[in-house]
Design a protein around this ligand. Structure first.
Ligand SMILES: [Zn+2]
Length: 142
């Protein structure tokens, strides 16, 4: 294991705390956004293209962000859990190719279970899958 279990767990706990704080601030923004969306959209309706993004779009953006944060938190907790119970022994190594994940990456993403190259391959595959799913209903109309 490239870093000790203690250091890994400490980093994961810090990340968990950070994510929880972000989730809280986004949830607050989401709630106040719902309340004030009516008057902000009226106020900004003549603003630049940036503001053309309606209050609803901003809310959905915050909503997406919240979803991502929750997924990240899940991942952090899964890895933390695995380390605590000792069921996760490959910490710091890519679960796809088995290569050691660079320590710099592990420092920023202590929950990482894949190296950058495997991770980007996976993201690419997900994107392809998503566009396939989006494309399917249209194809079904034929
Ligand atoms: Zn890999």
């Amino acid at each position: 294991m490239p870093v000790s279990r203690e250091i890994a767990l400490q980093r994961l706990r810090e990340k968990e705390t950070r994510l929880l704080a972000e989730i809280q601030s986004y949830s607050r923004r989401f709630r106040t956004g719902i309340k004030s969306s009516a008057d902000t959209s009226a106020k900004h309706s003549t603003d630049s293209a940036d503001m053309a993004c309606s209050a609803n779009a901003r809310l959905s953006c915050v909503h997406t962000q919240l979803g991502q944060l929750h997924r990240a938190l899940d991942k952090v907790r899964r890895v933390m859990d695995g380390l605590e119970t000792g069921s996760f022994t490959e910490y710091g190594f890519c679960e796809k190719c088995g290569e050691e994940i660079p320590p710099a990456r592990m420092e920023i993403h202590p929950e990482a279970t894949m190296c950058v190259s495997c991770k980007s391959k996976e993201e690419q595959a997900k994107k392809t899958f998503r566009s396939f799913k989006i494309g399917r209903p249209a194809a079904a109309n034929f």
